[in-house]
Design a protein around this ligand. Structure first.
Ligand code: ADP
Ligand code: ADP
Length: 234
């Protein structure tokens, strides 16, 4: 079975005449080990999809399964465990300005209760992996966009998640820096075995990195297939 599975999922915000259908009868399977692209214009439902997979919002109907488990059957405590297995990176990086690079990457480990010495070792390993060890004692404001996103990736991977959700993670970066970050994400996938979901409005990003791609429009799945199939349509 796929690692992430959506079965006839709908998400409606509000009620009556004010109701907005953000996701409309969406079915989708994302296999373990894939880099899966989700592409769509603003308002297509991409952010909502991220929040449904990450168990931050309940579905209105249908089912979201992560690792075979229907999220709607879980309590708040179990949902926190599911969320801990999913790393997130963001367009605006969402780093804590008051903490150093080291402190930002150590933060989720602290929350997860790792001991100080283990945290130190794990953070050093992560900073080496993303190639930013020399910036450990810098603050986010002292970093370039690409460096900030490397820190974001290190933080997202800290607790060894199986899944990484990348929400517009290169949209604030210039083309060269975007290419650099995409190369790093490919290494996260191939060397660490992390399944990556790349959500973006940038077609080139999906074309560059994804194995498979889903195209969303007004909350509906309009196309799904290999990058080759979707981008070389007649
Ligand atoms: P995207 O990320 O592709 O831009 P979103 O998932 O943010 O799309 O939004 C899809 C639709 O759902 C939009 O019409 C948006 O205004 C609406 N929407 C998203 N979140 C909410 C919410 N919390 N309450 C009401 N409407 C929402
Ligand atoms: P981003 O795309 O960075 O998530 P947005 O401005 O699209 O930022 O959305 C910020 C938050 O507001 C999200 O949690 C989203 O679900 C919610 N949201 C989006 N559109 C609406 C809306 N029309 N009404 C209420 N909440 C919304």
């Amino acid at each position: 079975a796929p690692l992430i599975e959506l079965e006839h999922v709908s998400k409606v915000f509000g009620t009556g005449t004010g109701a907005v259908t953000a996701i409309d009868d969406l079915s989708l399977g994302i296999e373990a080990g894939q880099i899966f692209g989700v592409i769509g214009y603003s308002g297509a439902g991409k952010s909502t999809l991220v929040r449904l997979i990450n168990a931050l919002e309940p579905v209105t109907s249908g089912r979201v399964l992560v690792d075979g488990v229907d999220l709607s059957t879980l309590g708040e405590r179990e949902l926190r465990t599911v969320r801990a297995g999913i790393g997130m990176i963001f367009q605006q990086f969402n780093l804590l300005r008051s903490r150093t690079v080291f402190g930002n990457v150590a933060y989720p480990l602290k929350i997860a209760g790792w001991a100080k010495e283990e945290r130190r070792r794990r953070v050093a390993e992560l900073l080496n992996f993303v190639g930013i060890a020399e910036k450990a004692w810098s603050y986010p404001d002292q970093l370039s966009g690409g460096q900030k996103q490397r820190v974001g990736i290190a933080r997202a991977l800290a607790t060894n998640p199986k899944i990484l959700l990348a929400d517009e993670s290169t949209s604030a970066l210039d083309p060269d820096t975007t290419a650099e970050v995409l190369r790093l994400l490919k290494r996260v996938n191939s060397e660490l075995g992390v399944t990556i979901v790349v959500i973006t409005h940038e077609m080139d990003v999906v074309r560059e990195i994804a194995d498979r791609v889903a195209v969303l429009d007004s909350g509906r799945l309009v196309e799904e297939g290999t990058v080759y199939d979707v981008f070389s349509a007649p």
